[in-house]
Design a protein around this ligand. Structure first.
Ligand code: ADP
Length: 169
């Protein structure tokens, strides 16, 4: 069985992520989309909420599982017998950062964890969770960025926060 992990913050999942998930799910027997638990200081959604959102958004793809993890990806991968991480590349700006992480993971894992990159579909190249949050916080239309139920949850969050957008990354 070829298993891969797609790690990320997913705060929240966008159509860009879902495009990567769908394409990666066709390449592996099992794709585990795993929410990283310790990076963001002030996320819009809790890890549990992000996991629930991802489960709902991927419920029609039978070989996708959703999980969360803390700490180093290489340890999580080793514990789950996973040797491939999937990451998405949008633009050259992603490249330097992603290359460094991929090489570090490969080195630290003694070659046990490799990274596979999927380039974004062009229609989603501009999408990031942070820009979607910024637009939503000002009441903008995000219907082309995230599934409708995610947009509704974001609107509700920002209503409770009084529309305040806080830079997370
Ligand atoms: P992280 O904080 O780990 O970067 P994100 O949730 O922002 O987490 O992104 C997870 C992964 O998805 C990263 O590899 C990122 O480059 C990729 N990604 C984000 N948005 C898109 C998009 N619109 N198209 C393709 N890949 C994307």
């Amino acid at each position: 069985m070829k298993r891969a992990v797609y790690p990320g913050s997913f705060d929240p999942v966008t159509y860009g992520h879902l495009d990567v998930i769908r394409r990666a799910s066709e390449m592996f027997d099992v794709l585990i989309v795993s929410v990283l638990n310790n990076k963001m200081k002030n996320p819009l959604f809790s890890v549990e909420e992000r996991v629930r959102i991802l489960k709902e958004a991927t419920k029609n793809i039978s070989n996708v599982q959703v999980d969360s993890f803390s700490g180093l990806l290489i340890n999580y991968a080793a514990e789950n017998n996973i040797h491939v991480a999937v990451r998405g590349l949008r633009a050259i700006t992603d490249f330097e950062y992603e290359l460094q992480i991929a090489q570090t993971n490969r080195k630290l894992s003694g070659g046990e964890l490799d990274t596979v990159f999927l380039t974004t579909s062009l229609e989603y190249a501009y999408l990031s969770s942070s820009s979607v949050k910024e637009i939503a916080s000002f009441g903008g239309n995000i219907s082309e960025c995230v599934p409708d139920f995610v947009a509704a949850l974001m609107t509700e969050k920002y209503r409770k926060r009084g529309g305040v957008y806080e830079q997370q990354d």
